[in-house]
Structures are given as C-alpha cells and as structure tokens.
Design a protein around this ligand. Structure first.
Ligand SMILES: [Zn+2]
Length: 282
C-alpha cells in the first residue's frame, strides 16, 4: 500500500503505556468482567454481546507499559494515515449523499483500556464502541494477525481499521441502533444471524473505502487486495473457531464465514457503492 505520503489524522488518541482510567479497580473490575464472560460463555451468549457492556480476558498484557519500539511507532504512523484516508473518503461519500460525516477517534492502547463500552484488554482485539464513537486498537494485534492468523501485509492491517470504521459508519447511519432494537424482540439464534449481517456489512463498507481511496489517491499496490482478502478469510468465524487458541477476537466470533467475508469485501471494493452493501436483504 502506498501510504507514506498520506495525510496524518488528528484524531488518534495515543494511550499506549497509560493505565486505564475510570476508577474501576483492576482487580475487582477484572474479576467481574471475567465472571461475566464466563457466564456468557456458559449460556452461549455471543461474546459480542458482552463486548457491548464489558470486555473480559485473562491473558496478560504482552507489552511493558511505556515502551514502544521504532517498528511500533511506524505502525502507529501507518494507522494514523489509514484513519485519515477513511476520514477523507467517508467525508466525500457522506457529502455526496447530502449528509455530514462525523469523524471518530481512534485510541491506540497497550495492555488494557477503559472505553465507554467497558474495560477492554488487548487480548480482545480491535473493536468499535458506539457509545463513545471510538475505535480501539492495540498494535500488538498486528503481529498476531501476521504470525498467528497468517495474514501479513500492510493492506491487511488497513482492512482491519477500515472494518472498524465500517461499524462507525453503521452507527452514523442508524443501522447499529436498528439492530440493537431488534435484539429485544429476537431469540439469541435469530439475533446472531442479524449480528453476522452487521459484521458483513462492515466488511463491505471497508471494501467501499478501498475502492474510493484507490481511485482518488491510488493507494493500492499489486498484492494489496489479496492481502485484505486473505485477512478477511483468516479472521472468518470458521477459521477462527478451527484455530481456537492464541489471540481472542470476540468481535469476530459473529463475523460470518471466511467465504462470506471475502465476498462482501469484494462487493464493496468492486462497486464502491454502499447501496450494494445491504447484507440485510441477503
Ligand atoms: Zn466487526
């Protein structure tokens, strides 16, 4: 991906090396969250449901607080450029549709973080919190993506951000609220199906971003699309469930199969039109 010359976003909150704020004691809060997650698992609750309220995980932080390597700082720079590109792209698309794009913040953290959706540990993977309209990402996830999930490449990394931004777009369009309302009326199984549609639409929106970013700024290099498609496939439910060890990515448990993720990303990428991303009618 050609990114070095790109604009840097002013909306990155770098909380790497910071202790989570919010007054909840790590000990008490951690145990409560863990219990909640266990109860959720026992009753077969989709972990994404828990993600909306609390984040749980019992893996230790992989990173010493306050230490960031040059490679990691380069990655932070890359994230800032991808975020800026999603801002420019979605601003244009919203304006063309007569709307206004409200830019989200992106929080970089290490170890653990406090969000309006609860306390999150790095092991939970990247996520979007609709309540504070922020994307949260621990840069360590990228080494997991590359090494454990075998999805290397800068465009695979960009795709992960674009997917989370896709959730922000859904939030702005009121889609997340509609899905949330359905939750009370549907059985868990039915709701999970709707939840998958929401995730696949975020993939399609990521494709829409890639389409326009490439057309306007010519960001794609040979192999980039394949990197994103490979990532989409590697973090599909079926593949993750097969692996079932290593990094825990609760947001992706309800993402749909690898084939579905690839298909919807491609649909967005080819058309560049969000009207082709109506996963709810499929
Ligand atoms: Zn998602």
């Amino acid at each position: 991906m050609r990114w070095q010359m790109g604009r840097r976003s002013g909306n990155v909150e770098d909380r790497r090396g910071m202790t989570p704020q919010g007054g909840r004691g790590l000990k008490g809060g951690g145990i409560a969250v863990l219990l909640l997650a266990l109860v959720g698992m026992y009753f077969g609750v989709d972990p994404a449901v828990i993600l909306n309220t609390f984040q749980g995980g019992d893996l230790p932080a992989r990173q010493e607080a306050g230490v960031s390597s040059p490679e990691e700082n380069k990655l932070a720079d890359f994230v800032s450029v991808v975020l800026a590109d999603t801002e420019d792209t979605w601003e244009t698309l919203f304006r063309q549709a007569g709307g206004t794009y409200e830019k989200p913040k992106l929080v970089l953290f290490s170890g653990a973080v406090q969000s309006a959706c609860g306390f999150a540990q790095a092991a939970t993977g990247p996520f979007y919190c609709p309540a504070d309209r922020k994307v949260y990402i621990d840069l360590g996830f990228y080494s997991e993506l590359k090494n454990k999930l075998q999805a290397p490449g800068d465009f695979a990394q960009a795709y992960v951000i674009a997917h989370e931004i896709g959730h922000h777009v859904q939030n702005l369009l009121g889609i997340s609220d509609q899905v949330q309302e359905l939750r009370a009326r549907l059985s868990q199984t039915e709701y999970n199906k709707v939840s998958v549609k929401l995730e696949l639409q975020a993939d399609c929106f990521a494709g829409v971003w890639a389409h326009h970013a490439d057309r306007v700024r010519n960001i794609l290099e040979p192999g980039d699309v394949e990197e994103a498609l490979n990532a989409a496939s590697m973090i599909g439910d079926d593949n993750l469930q097969k692996r079932a060890q290593g990094y825990v990515v609760p947001d992706s448990f309800t993402h749909g199969s690898s084939a579905q993720r690839v298909a919807w990303f491609q649909r967005g990428l080819k058309s560049g039109d969000i009207r082709n991303c109506n996963t709810f009618n499929n």
